[in-house]
Structure formats: C-alpha cells, structure tokens
Write a protein of this length. Structure first.
Length: 372
C-alpha cells in the first residue's frame, strides 16, 4: 500500500510550551488516538515505536526551526526554503522494513486533545487515525519557534513480520496490576506465551489477540514479554507501562450487600451453602496484610475471624427464628493494616436475611442462536 499523508491547516491560536512538555504531549497524543480507535469500533491499539517517534520528533522540530509547514522536509538557506527530501524518505531513514506508512501533521494547536480532535474532525486525517493497516505509531511535538509556535507530527506504520504487544491500549501508566494485553499476530501465530521482566514464562496457549495479564509486584516501570510461535518459528515482542498505585489496598470481594432468604414452608435457606467472601490486597504490593473481622448482628456467624491476605471467610445464617416472618440486618467489617505500618483500612458489607412464608422459583428458558 502506498504511503498516505494528510496535513491539517495551522490553527490561528498559538502558545509556546516548554520543551519539558514535549515527551508528555507526544505520549498523550498516542493515548488519545488509541482511545479514539477503541471508541470507533474497538479497533486494535497502535504500539508506540521508538523509530517512528524519532522520525516524528525530528520533523516537528525541523518545521519549527526552519519555519515551514509541509510533510516533505526543507532547509532554510539565506532565508529561502530549499527542498531536502520527501516525507516518506525521512520516515524510511528511521523506520525500515515497512509495508505501510501514514503521517498527520498540525501546527498552532495548544494541547494534545485539540490536535487530535482536529484530525478526527477532518475525514482524510480520521481515515489515517482509524486505519486498520497500521500496527505502530510515533509522535513528535515541538514548541517555541516558527510562525505557529507549536508543531505536531504523528507517523503511522506497519512492518513485515513484526507483531507488536500493547498494554492497556498504550496508556502511559496504571494504578492496577491487572492489565489488558493486545497481541498482534492474527493469520500467522498459532501459540503464544508471556512473562514479566525476568520471571518464568507462562505455558504455551492458543493465539488470541486479547489477553488479561497481571504485572509483577511493586510500583515502577513494568515490562511484559510475549513469544509467538508458528511451528518452529518464534517471534517476540514487549511493551512497558508505569505501575503507580497504592501498594496496600484492602479489598473485600463481594457484591456490596449480602442477602439470604429463608423459606418457612420448605424449611430451606437460599443460598443453601455459606456465603464466601475473599479478602485480598488489591494494591500493587504483594506482601500479605493481616486482617480481622468484626460484625453486628446475632443471626449469623463468621469464620475465620482473622487471617492474612489472600484468604476467604464464610458467612452462615444461624440461630434465627424459623417460624417468625421478618427481616434481619447486620454488618460485617474487615479491618487490616499494611505490613509496613501504614494507616488502618476497613471495608464493610451490609447483610440481610428475609424470613418469608414461601419462595417462588422461576427459571428462564434456554435461548440459543446460530448461523447457517
């Protein structure tokens, strides 16, 4: 497929941002484009690629310093612009082995959001941002020079035989260890496996583009590796994300309110088995948290009354009148302290028991749909 370019006319509003913002602005452009791809048909996220980044950063700076606005590269000599090379020659000098290239440029826009919105509102640019022939992306931003003050370049590409891995649609950071992965490789890969940093590889599994994954413990830059296999041929990829969240966060896993029903006529408790609740550390650290359970209400028991994360406690209705209709309420509170001596955290669940004369049970029919 031939290269595809689109430039957006410079905005009349200009502002000079510090160059310290350049890296953050460029990363934010990638986030916003992947967000737009998700919101418009859940298109696969693009992997940020360092060579495309370099090509885009160079062009944004070159347009600003030599004061021009064009995809092709120029040099200003004695005040006059002299053609240097075509845009795809510039990108190719950084990014080799490509099968598809695309580029969007803009000038004068004051934020990543305004630049991306302008591209999305222009059909030629939108076609590139939402293009399904790209797998990788690079972004460059420069400010403080040139007629328009701010210059934006985003380069898009796809390389033969390269299958990127993308964490959380290429978000800059996350506060949770649980992330989503997107793995390119459809049509080639038969199996895949993963690991964190220097950890153990997971078992080989059938290829699928979407995969839930858990990052390694503790805050910091995290890297996930993937290997794709087709017969004896193996190809690899990786992606990184900043994990920056609470190290210790008490989570009591339930649906918020626990409800029991007792059917007097049938002498039956619903649910019949104890209600189990998992107590876990939902933070980024992996050390255990010691917890204790306390409750209000005399119609149920809780066991165990203490433990360490992760663990499970059970709630069992007991010692309540089985011949008197009514509603019984209670509260379960789990309290824990981080191992490093941080502040105490607690989580509460509301409990209810309905003693009723009769419970009617209804079952919906099974519905199936197939294609001929």
């Amino acid at each position: 497929m031939p290269p595809f370019v689109a430039h957006f006319p410079p905005s009349t509003v200009t502002v000079a941002e510090s160059q310290a913002d350049s890296a953050d602005f460029a990363a934010r452009v990638v986030e916003l484009i992947n967000q737009a791809r998700w919101e418009n048909g859940r298109l696969p996220p693009l992997k940020r690629q360092e060579d495309l980044d370099a090509a885009a950063a160079y062009h944004s700076q070159d347009m600003a310093v030599d004061d021009y606005f064009s995809h092709d590269s120029y040099n200003r000599v004695n005040g006059e612009l002299k053609f240097e090379r075509y845009w795809y020659e510039r990108v190719s000098s950084y990014y080799s082995g490509w099968s598809t290239l695309g580029e969007c440029i803009a000038a004068g826009y004051t934020s990543p959001r305004s630049a991306v919105d302008a591209w999305l509102n222009s059909p030629p640019h939108r076609a590139i941002l939402l293009g399904e022939n790209y797998t990788e992306i690079g972004s460059g931003y420069y400010s403080g020079a040139g007629t328009y003050g701010t210059y934006w370049t985003t380069d898009f590409g796809n390389r033969f035989g390269v299958y990127p891995l993308v964490i959380n649609r290429e978000a800059i950071s996350t506060t949770q260890r649980d992330v989503s992965l997107y793995v390119y490789g459809a049509g080639w890969a038969a199996q895949m496996r993963f690991r964190n940093e220097t950890g153990e590889w997971s078992v080989w599994e059938p290829y699928s583009p979407d995969r839930a994954w858990t990052l390694s413990c503790g805050n910091g830059q995290k890297t996930v590796y993937v290997e794709l296999r087709n017969g004896s041929e193996v190809r690899s990829a990786s992606d990184s994300i900043l994990l920056d969240g609470e190290e210790y966060r008490l989570v009591v896993e339930s649906d918020g309110e626990v409800v029991f029903l007792y059917d007097v006529e049938a002498d039956r408790l619903v649910p019949a088995s104890p209600w189990t609740v998992r107590v876990v550390n939902g933070g980024t650290g992996c050390e255990e948290m010691e917890w204790e359970a306390d409750w209000e209400g005399d119609w149920f028991t809780v066991s165990p009354v203490s433990g360490t994360t992760p663990s499970t406690l059970s709630i069992v209705p007991t010692d309540f009148p089985t011949d008197t209709l009514g509603v019984y309420t209670g509260t379960l509170t789990v309290t824990a302290r981080p191992p490093a001596g941080g502040s105490v955290a607690s989580r509460s669940l509301s409990l209810r028991l309905h003693v009723v004369a009769h419970v009617d049970q209804t079952f919906l029919p099974l519905v199936m749909k197939g294609r001929r």
